[in-house]
Design a protein around this ligand. Sequence first.
Ligand code: UDP
Ligand code: MG
Length: 325
Amino acid sequence: MRILYLVIPCYNEMEVLPKTSGIFQQKIKELIEKNIISKESKILFVNDGSKDDTWNVIKTLVHKDPIFIGISLSRNRGHQNALLAGLMEAKKYCDITISLDCDGQDDIQAIDKMLEEYENGSDVVYGVRSDRKSDSFFKRHTAQVYYRILRRLGGDIVYNHADYRLISSKVLNELENFKEVNLFLRGLIPLVGFRSSCVYYERKQRIAGKTHYSLHHMFALACEGITSLSIRPLQLITRLGILIATISFIGVIWSIASYFSHRTVSGWTSMTCIVCLVSGVQLIGMGVIGEYIGKMYMETKHRPRYIISERTSVDQVEEQMDETK
Ligand code: UDP
Ligand code: MG
């Protein structure tokens, strides 16, 4: 029978974990009882360098029920890296992973449908939001525009899918060969290939705590998506350069003609406009190129994407609990 690992990244989630851990636990037990998954299935929490008591909450859960296990990263590495750390850890022991948020937003009941799709031959099953009712007006609309832009730039991503997905360990073994440090998993998984399908679910509100994706983080992730999946912005700069150069060339001919007809002073405004426009476009162009060069610099360092500083195993946690008594 298949061993399933739920992989759940957690950052400063001490408030929500005691509430949602029971929901995960109940679901896995139910699936084990129905003989859908193996008894060795687990819920793996990844503590992403939390500053609050999250790691202790995880250790207490592990102590109470060995269905839970945990790993802790040496520092906060961000959602994508934490998720990757969990997936790479899980794939050593299981056949299937399902990644989800620890805040109860991803509907746990969709797991049944994901497992069915897996049995029907899909190695990747994307959890797709059937609507964006739980999002703010701003997030809903910016997300839509973003997906369109990314598709146009050549990024093959599933519309309205975040990081709630089933991945088989077969696919994870291949994902391991993608060594990039600038991680955008929802764009990478389609690149790995294999048969995939979608399962639709309604995304709920957070049970407790608050989102870690501020406007700034959302923007950073959006840029990450574009620059890690597409080099088309660089090509667009070249095209824009050609366009501006053509306009400038016309401008030069016009100003020379003005010179010979002794009307040079009146051309001052238009010249200023052109200079400002061209230098502005150049700066934007340099910025975009710089963004890619920066990424290349980070990639050439081959730094580890995460470092696991602690792992829970039941024995280990029991020892630690005895010591504190
Ligand atoms: N998360 C993480 N590291 C971070 C930020 C977030 O592991 O640096 C986790 C977080 O605990 C949650 C998931 O990633 O389980 C998604 O974050 P959040 O719910 O804040 O994002 P949202 O659902 O609002 O987009
Ligand atoms: Mg969330």
